[in-house]
Write a new protein. Structure first.
Length: 393
């Protein structure tokens, strides 16, 4: 016999989407339980995104978890694009009056977990066999196993915040889903190292050998990526080879400022564009990577998780506080409208900056012409800046 529990919103996943949703609901008097299949240590140590849009920072402020972010995060007013060894700065603040903040996703997650465990409500760590039931009716349930005991969680709504490979989307019949996706014929080889960044701001470099990105986590910790074949093996990329390739692609004026050091983390990530609609199924709402994936080029993944939570939290508050379910009905359409704009920007910037076309091809010339236009046009730079700092919710 399963142990019986009840809450208002059952949340699957303790990533940015699930944790931020739980926090915003709690601040509005709405109870939730978070089911997470990994351990707290695993979740807090996961290395992922590093750039927060203007709107995401505002949402974290609203959630009351931005104190360390403002103390330790790095506010950036611009970003650099590299082409043929040269660099061009896009003045984000001058063009949009907004900035981005460099603050690792693992830090955001740690801040949200700390707030949750300070009295907001439970996170069930290492919850296995999470299954969704009756979400098409008005009494949805979640079943799961934790601590060797079977549990049943009755709730009013289920938030599927369990990422791209979670249980929520996979519990939906394929006939109910409209899937839109695109793969890219390359991946990103990333390295995290305790060395000072080579530049004050991020550098996105387009190079004949492939794309490179210089990012950071702090003034003493750097995050770099280079475009690689998606079937590459990590063992083929000892640190020295990676550092040499990165310097070649960042160009002769940046290379001397690249401080090398041992990798704290090294990984190869595939690039995908993916959207699953609708994002609502009865009393199940998908949010974050459970509903969509973007190539990391535009730094949108984490920020889209926050975007969905902006819409879903307001819809649930409206339901409980004013018995008005209009926003719940509009959730999929409202959230996905912003998702599509971020999907477009991420897809566009990925194809613009990566080595995609054969040397000397017409398509390669078109790519170069578009970068040349972007670097010479205030209008083109404004389009880039508006999308990069984050479009309005
Ligand atoms: P998450 O995947 O973060 O969280 C889902 C949670 O659900 C996880 O904790 C998982 O353990 C849990 N879960 C899964 N299945 C479950 C189940 N059946 N039961 C219970 N719990 C379950 N974005 C960027 O903007 N920039 C980047 O550089 C970047 N790099 C990335 C690198 C990698 C390797 C990956 C995978 C993603 C990267 N992303 C990046 C995107 C990433 O940041 C996501 O967009 C972000 O984590 C989305 O947050 P969530 O939707 O909360 O999903
Ligand atoms: C990162 O710092 O991890 C990062 C920054 C910008 C991106 C992608 C990743 O576009």
């Amino acid at each position: 016999m399963a142990r019986q529990q009840r809450t208002q919103v059952g949340i699957i996943g303790a990533g940015p989407a699930g944790l931020l949703l739980a926090r915003l609901l709690k601040l509005n008097g709405i109870e939730s339980v978070i089911l997470e299949d990994r351990s707290r240590a695993y979740v807090e140590a996961r290395i992922r995104a590093g750039v927060l849009e203007h709107g995401t920072v505002k949402l974290l402020e609203e959630a009351g978890v931005a104190e360390r972010l403002h103390r330790e995060g790095l506010v950036h007013e611009g970003v650099e694009l590299g082409l043929d060894g040269g660099r061009f700065r896009i003045d984000l603040a001058g063009l949009t009056d907004k900035t981005i903040t460099v603050y690792g996703q693992s830090e955001v997650v740690q801040d949200l977990i700390a707030a949750r465990l300070a009295g907001d409500g439970p996170i069930v760590w290492e919850a296995s066999d999470v299954a969704l039931h009756d979400f098409e009716m008005d009494r949805p349930r979640l079943t799961y196993r934790a601590g060797g005991v079977d549990h049943e969680l009755a709730c009013d709504f289920i938030a599927g915040c369990d990422g791209f490979r979670g249980a929520s989307r996979s519990s939906l019949p394929a006939s109910r889903l409209r899937i839109y996706e695109q793969d890219y014929p390359f991946g990103w080889l990333g390295i995290l190292a305790d060395v000072p960044p080579c530049s004050e701001e991020l550098i996105y470099a387009s190079h004949p050998r492939g794309f490179a990105l210089a990012s950071m986590r702090s003034h003493t910790r750097s995050r770099y990526y280079i475009q690689c074949d998606r079937h590459e093996k990590l063992e083929d990329w000892p640190d020295d080879r990676l550092w040499d390739e990165l310097k070649r692609r960042l160009g002769p004026d940046v290379a001397p400022r690249v401080t090398t050091g041992p990798a704290l983390e090294k990984s190869i990530t595939g690039l995908h564009s993916f959207v699953c609609l609708p994002m609502r199924h009865g009393r199940l709402f998908l949010a974050g990577d459970a509903a969509h994936i973007v190539p990391p080029t535009g730094a949108k993944g984490l920020n889209l998780a926050a975007s969905d939570v902006h819409y879903l939290s307001r819809a649930l508050v409206s339901h409980y506080a004013r018995n008005d379910s209009t926003l719940l009905g509009a959730y999929s359409e409202q959230a996905s409208a912003r998702v599509w704009k971020a999907e477009r920007f991420s897809w566009w910037l990925t194809l613009l900056m990566h080595k995609v076309h054969p040397d000397g091809s017409f398509a390669e010339q078109m790519q170069r012409a578009e970068i040349d236009y972007l670097l010479s046009s205030p209008a083109g730079q404004t389009v880039f800046a508006e999308n990069y700092v984050g479009l309005p919710f």
